[in-house]
Design a protein around this ligand. Sequence first.
Ligand SMILES: Nc1ncnc2c1ncn2[C@@H]1O[C@H](COP(=O)(O)OP(=O)(O)OP(=O)(O)O)[C@@H](O)[C@H]1O
Ligand SMILES: [Mg+2]
Length: 631
Amino acid sequence: MSRDPRSASAARAEVIGRISSVNGSQSIVDLAATTTAGEKPTVGKFMGLMSTKALIIGLITEIAEQPTSGTVGGQTFRKVARLDLIGELRADNGAQIFQRGVTEYPNIGDSACMLTESDLRLVYGGADGDHAHIGNLQQNTNIHVHIDIDNLVSRHFAILGATGVGKSSGVAIILNKILETRPNLRIFLVDPHNEYGRCFGEKANVLNPRNLRLPFWLFNFEETVDAFFGGRPGVEEEVEILSEVIPLAKAAYLQYRNGGDRNPLAKKRDPGDAGFTADTPVPYRIEDLINILDNRMGKLENRSRAVVFHKLIGRIQTFRNHPRYAFMFENANIGGDTMAEILGSLFRLPPDGKPMTIMQLAGFPAEVVDSVVSVLCRMAFDFGLWSDGVAPLLFVCEEAHRYAPADKTIGFGPTKRALSRIAKEGRKYGVFLGLVTQRPAEIDATIISQCSTLFVMRLSNDRDQNLIRSAVSDAAANLLAFIPSLGVREVFTFGSGVALPTRMRFQELAEAQRPSSEASGNTRSDAGTSMNKDLLTSVIDRWRSATMSHRAGDDDFNDYGDTPSLQPAPQPAATYAPPPAPSAPSMYAAPPPSPRGEALRSSLLKKPLDANSFGNPQPGSTPGFPSRFTK
Ligand SMILES: Nc1ncnc2c1ncn2[C@@H]1O[C@H](COP(=O)(O)OP(=O)(O)OP(=O)(O)O)[C@@H](O)[C@H]1O
Ligand SMILES: [Mg+2]
């Protein structure tokens, strides 16, 4: 039996045209005026060009009618198809194989046919240990599209599309396939809307403010400042003082751990000798930090300088004592240097049957979400860097435009830098990136350009479409005209993870695995029947928390002093006593009028209805939300 793809295809497919022009990677086919009933050539489908050694695969980018020359009397037209040549099927050691790119160009007069099902199956391969089925070809739904897991993951990928088109469901499909085919690859998913909790079953460890332990001492200096100052730029003088005292507190802790005197002030030796910087990820105690500040303040003669110290101490204490930041402070110093334990739990080392972490952000105080994401991103990269990529990790970030915005005036610099490092250098250290966004044009272009596989879903905005156009090859760019009209689940896939630029439809995701806000799930299924006291308490907590965000200006250090709290804050252990807080308004008083009241209420209603998981405003929804998200 002949293995020549040309003859094989010729036997199976009807010739529907002949090549009339070949120009670089493009070709024009004169289509026969009439064909028998078969597949019609339309834009986005594949044709085969029968050259001597291979069946060259062309993607139809244009179908047109052109006037024929030399006709006398009434004009006649010919139908032509413009193709981008993108791959070939050729015989190799007796078997037919698909390869990208064209090794031998077709000739004028060569026959053209539509690709048959068996040709398409060869192109899109089968599911095996390295390839996973994620959806079906749009032009022929019998054809399964398989992604190359290694190419997809190791060269970063992005899923882009307007709201509601199926991005998160696509993420759930792709990550589930990765978990199946690469059980040892660890996955870290940043989940800003708490929607993935149930998508990965037992394979994922779900973290939220209730069970996350992220000690404040793991924050680098910029992240610490961002947290202490509630997402605003720090006050310069206070920041300068902090940069001096944090290394001292770290040295004090070291001395204490080494059996020295617990009180750093009793030591005669300069604690600065320990060589720590404000960024070194070693433990220190807030008590030591405050003692050092207090001591320095006591020695000052300049009163205005003392006020700066005073404010800084107050700021730190208020932050530390607020129950919403318990994930940073509770047990932060118990167990000494717990960095290994924390890294192990965050990045699943060892995986213990759960190679994935879902980091649910919706319950975190809005002011610290950025610094938390920054710490996690940075640690993911640093762990890869310092371990020389010994334990590969895929870092997937939903709503990526928030964390890596193109606009330099918004977003949190350190998070963007951390994501950018993963995008640019992560591959070398086994740290891979998956980005998901509704607004590709708002993501830093250098980060998105590092993503070698793009899943592009419906996008109607011109800026977004232009960005995609600039990011993909010419062949793929011709298909982008479809993007505004794609349906839910439909996606154009380009790049190294897929054999050819492909218009496909994601698999149907089982209801139980679909990402959805826990809130909508709860209300739909339990409304009326499960309205127990816990749920009511949750609702009231959430309601009140809307008025609990700190709103103080930069020079009001006691950011939370005027904020009613549902629980009495623990007493600070420091010697310094802050001045009495201004009289607190009753927590039962009506909330202050807010111009965004209605928007705030509706966004709060989308939050998870879980007794413990909220109590904190959603990003973008609170009066005290950092200004960087609200241009
Ligand atoms: N692969 C799929 N299988 C089944 N249903 C799907 C699939 N993709 C999308 N859907 C349906 O479309 C809805 C929206 O999908 P999804 O939440 O994935 O969109 P999204 O692009 O992530 O939206 P948003 O930008 O608002 O986060 C889902 O709730 C589901 O009903
Ligand atoms: Mg989504």
